[in-house]
Every structure is written in structure tokens, then in C-alpha cells.
Design a protein around this ligand. Structure first.
Ligand SMILES: Nc1ncnc2c1ncn2[C@@H]1O[C@H](COP(=O)(O)OP(=O)(O)OP(=O)(O)O)[C@@H](O)[C@H]1O
Ligand SMILES: [Mg+2]
Length: 489
């Protein structure tokens, strides 16, 4: 039987959770022994006494916050897995909680108890798997969260992961399309990793020619090559015991990849033209917009380096996968942009916001920032105008509606494989001269699935038949693209 400590000052919630967990059985016997506390002080006292396996800890307690006592709790019973519970969706606290060593962070009211059961069961599993992970100190107030804006599940998950990796010095690989915030995330990890300020040294591996990149990374001795008139320390040295951020590592040459691999393995390097071994003290964070597994398959990236880098990978979501964050991002970016361009564009009418949430955003947050900057500059007053935004791309024109200015004859849209042949989305039938208007393969796939689901009125069987895919494949793709299935059968 596992001991479960539940800490909350809401007595009725406490009671119902206690009953719920006491009812759970495992191999015919109760799975949990449940103890409760209503204050931070009480929780610490009881924890010391009963040595719980899992603690469900409310953030808001009468005497101290749940966050405040995580560390103490862990030092009293280091094996306990702590699940912090709060009513707030607050990123700062999420990161702090994960970094302080909370196992998970969940929001009240509980979506359903089954979800809570899963978190608790996972906590137990982890506890059995790993004897205690190293406790980590809460970072000083000087460390800043940075500007990760968003409340979507994908961003919440990411923030949790950042909290976890900030607690270690492990090498991290950040993967995401261009403009998804790779550098921002690298800085946040850095800021959250140290109590005192340490250097963050970034270098873009795609922007510099090979030989120069080598000496930029590792430095060079005097006379190492023509023009090397003095000793120059490289970025690895300048990063000291802080962070070196290797941006666009997917573009690094195979020759340098080999050198980098050796440095990561031996944690030592030499300056170009030098013999002295210099210790690698910096933490390495690498980023790329490329799919490194594809690069490996194509022979452009070393498999061994990839294996080494990918141990901790943070996958940044594309903006189109988290459109619900766009309103918040718009607000956040507008503040920044107004300051930069000395304007006060503060009002975004609902239809303009709607317009913004429906653009394809292939360039992600960076593109959103650029689009907003332009619209702010062009705004005549304090209101952001739709006319200053890129036009929406109607994927599937209504019957008779012009496709890219060409009138259609209407029968494009009246069937799936009618007399006029298969119905094709706009981007396939109309001439496109602007390459940025060509959708990605994923976007095209999503459009095609949405279109077919519309035409079949949500009939999945017919949809599979038309698209020539199996039912599980369709289900997976509907899930992946978040296609609404309100007419499904
Ligand atoms: N979640 C976010 N919240 C707020 N701002 C964000 C977020 N993600 C990205 N940004 C902003 O978007 C811009 C682009 O981010 P960043 O440079 O980190 O992206 P990147 O992935 O490194 O892009 P690139 O591939 O262009 O180098 C920055 O101004 C950054 O502050
Ligand atoms: Mg970048």
C-alpha cells in the first residue's frame, strides 16, 4: 500500500479526494493509505511522520504557498513525488514548481478524477523507476522567465519541460520551425539555470564559413593562420560555465560536426593551432529548424552526434498548432512593437483578431511579429486594421467564387469526383506565382481532409474511401490536425 498525502485547506475537497483514493483497489486490496493536512506546517509535520510516496499539494495554503515548501518536503522525504495543484494558469509558477522538483503541476478544478488518478499512478511509477532525482534550488529572483506567451496545452507542456531541463546541465536540442521561439527558449533555460548571472554566448552555425566558424567556436592561437595576429578565445571559452547556444546546428559541416562530437565526448578542446587542452565548462544548447533524423538519413548529419544531442529534445510547436494563443501573443507583441516604433496602437477589433488567428503563419511568431509591426506602422490611429494584414487564403472557394481572381464555372465544388474531375483546393488549381502561398504538405493534407469530411458530411467511411486511407490513419490525422468532427458518425 502506498501512502498518499493530500494537502488542501478546502475541507470538502479534501474529504472527497480522500474518499476517492481510498476506494481505489489494487490486486483486491486498497491501493492507497490516505493522510491529509490543511496547512503547510501541518503538511511538513505529517510528511516527516508518514513518509508519503506521493503528495498532492495545493498551491494556496493559509500559512505558506505549496511552492515554498516543495524543497523542504523533498528534503524531509526525498523519495516523495509532489504534484502541485493550483487554480492559476501561471507560467512563472509552473517553471518554478518543475524546477524545484515537483513531479507535475495540475490545475484546479480537476478536469476529472480519472485524470488525477493517472498523474498519481505515473508519479508512483516514476518513483519506483528512479531513486530520487537530485533536488534543485529555487532560482534567485534575478532569473527571468523571459517572454514565453501562451496558455495552450502545447505551451504548458513545453514550460514544464523547460523547468525540468533547467534543473540539469544536460545538453539540450531545441527543434522547431523558423520563428517558433528557439532562441527565446534557449535564453529562458539559461536564465532559469543559474542563481547568479553567467554568460550566454550564441553563435549561428549557418551564417559563417566553415574555417571561420571553427576558430569562432574554439578560438585560435597567434599565427594559427594568416591574419591570426593574436590569440583569440573561442565562444566555448567565452561561455565559461554559462551556456553556449549553437543555433542552426543542422547546417554545420560534417567536418565541424566531428570536432564538436569529440568536444562533447571528451569535454575538452584545443584552440585552432594550439596544443593546450581547455576544459569545456559551458552547458551546450543546440537548435535547428531541420529534422535532424532526415539530415542523418541524407548523410548530411552525423548519426553519433545526433544521438548525443537528441537525448533531451524540446519540440517547439508551430503557431498554427496553437492558434488559441494568438490573441495573447498579439497583445504581448503589440506592447513591444508600440514601444519600438513609438506608437500607441492598442485596439484590435474582433474581426481583425479573427483575421489574425486564421492566417497560415508559416513563419510562426516571428512572422506574426513582422505582420503586426507593419500593421502598427500603417495604422492611422489606435486601431489595428484588417486592410493592413496579409489577405486570408480561402482554401476552398464557394461555388462561383473567383479563385485567385479567375471566375470559376461553379461545378468545381459540387462533388468529389464529379464530371469535372476531382475537386482540388485552390492552391492546386489556380496559378500561384508567390512561393510563400504554397502550403506545406501538412497544411495541404489537412485541407484535403477537411474538405472531404465536409463533402461527406463527416462520414468517416466514405472519407477513407475517397482519400484511399485506412480508418486508423484517418482517425490519427483528424486528431493530429484537430479537425472538427461535429457531424461525425
Ligand atoms: N511563445 C512566445 N511568446 C512570445 N514571444 C515569442 C514566443 N515565441 C517566439 N516569440 C518571439 O518571436 C520572435 C522569434 O523568436 P526566436 O528568434 O526565438 O525564434 P527562432 O525559432 O529562433 O526563429 P528563427 O528560426 O527565425 O531563428 C522573437 O521576437 C520572440 O521573442
Ligand atoms: Mg533563431
Amino acid at each position: 500500500m502506498e501512502t498518499l498525502l493530500i494537502v488542501d485547506d478546502d475541507l470538502s475537497l479534501l474529504e472527497s479526494l480522500k474518499m476517492h483514493f481510498e476506494d481505489i483497489e489494487h490486486d483486491g486490496a486498497p491501493r492507497y493509505q490516505v493522510v491529509t493536512a490543511t496547512s503547510a506546517a501541518g503538511a511538513l509535520r505529517i510528511a516527516q511522520e508518514v513518509m508519503p510516496s506521493v503528495v498532492i499539494l495545493d498551491m494556496k495554503l493559509p500559512d505558506r504557498t505549496g511552492l515554498d515548501i516543495i524543497e523542504e518536503m523533498k528534503s524531509l522525504c526525498g523519495d516523495a513525488r509532489i504534484i502541485l495543484v493550483t487554480a492559476f494558469h501561471d507560467m512563472e509558477t509552473t517553471i518554478r514548481a518543475m524546477k524545484a522538483g515537483a513531479f507535475d503541476y495540475i490545475h484546479k478544478p480537476f478536469p476529472d478524477l480519472a485524470a488525477l488518478d493517472i498523474v498519481v499512478a505515473r508519479a508512483l511509477e516514476y518513483r519506483q523507476l528512479s531513486r530520487r532525482a537530485a533536488t534543485v534550488s529555487v532560482e534567485s529572483a534575478a532569473a527571468r522567465l523571459g517572454d514565453i506567451v501562451g496558455t495552450s496545452p502545447l505551451i504548458q507542456q513545453l514550460v514544464k519541460e523547460i523547468g525540468k531541463v533547467a534543473a540539469s546541465r544536460a545538453t539540450v536540442l531545441i527543434n522547431g520551425e523558423s520563428g517558433t521561439g528557439k532562441e527565446l527558449i534557449a535564453r529562458v533555460i539559461h536564465n532559469y539555470s543559474y542563481d547568479e548571472p553567467k554568460p550566454f554566448i550564441g553563435i549561428n552555425c549557418s551564417a559563417i564559413v566553415d574555417t571561420l566558424l571553427e576558430s569562432e567556436l574554439f578560438g585560435h592561437e597567434k599565427g594559427a593562420f594568416t591574419g591570426a595576429n593574436a590569440v583569440k578565445p573561442g565562444k566555448f571559452e567565452l561561455a565559461e560555465d554559462g551556456t553556449i547556444f549553437l543555433d542552426e546546428i543542422g547546417d554545420m559541416s560534417l567536418m565541424l560536426q566531428a570536432k564538436l562530437l569529440r568536444v562533447l565526448q571528451e569535454r575538452e578542446f584545443e584552440r585552432v593551432g594550439g596544443v593546450k587542452r581547455i576544459k569545456l565548462r559551458a552547458r551546450v544548447i543546440a537548435a535547428t529548424h531541420r529534422h535532424l533524423s532526415d539530415e542523418v538519413a541524407a548523410g548530411r548529419f552525423r548519426e553519433d552526434l545526433y544521438q548525443r544531442l537528441k537525448v533531451i529534445t524540446l519540440q517547439l510547436p508551430a503557431l498554427r498548432e496553437r492558434r488559441e494563443d494568438i490573441p495573447l501573443l498579439v497583445q504581448h507583441l503589440l506592447e513591444r512593437i508600440n514601444e519600438k516604433v513609438h506608437k500607441r496602437v492598442t485596439r484590435v477589433p474582433p474581426e481583425v483578431l479573427d483575421h489574425l488567428t486564421r492566417l497560415p503563419w508559416r513563419g510562426n511568431v516571428r512572422e506574426l511579429e513582422n505582420v503586426l509591426t507593419r500593421a502598427v506602422v500603417l495604422a492611422p490611429g489606435e486601431v489595428l486594421l484588417s486592410e493592413n494584414l496579409p489577405a486570408l487564403e480561402p482554401a476552398f472557394p464557394e461555388p462561383g467564387q473567383p479563385i485567385n481572381g479567375q471566375p470559376t464555372n461553379g461545378h468545381h465544388v459540387n462533388g468529389t469526383h464529379g464530371p469535372s474531375g476531382p475537386l482540388l483546393p485552390n492552391f492546386l488549381v489556380a496559378p500561384i506565382d508567390d512561393p510563400s502561398r504554397i502550403p506545406t504538405l501538412e497544411e495541404a493534407e489537412r485541407m484535403l481532409i477537411e474538405l472531404t469530411m465536409n463533402v461527406t458530411k463527416g462520414h468517416k467511411g466514405k472519407t477513407c474511401q475517397i482519400l484511399g486511407i485506412s480508418r486508423p490513419t484517418l482517425e490519427r490525422k483528424l486528431q493530429k490536425y484537430g479537425v472538427r468532427q461535429d457531424q461525425q458518425q
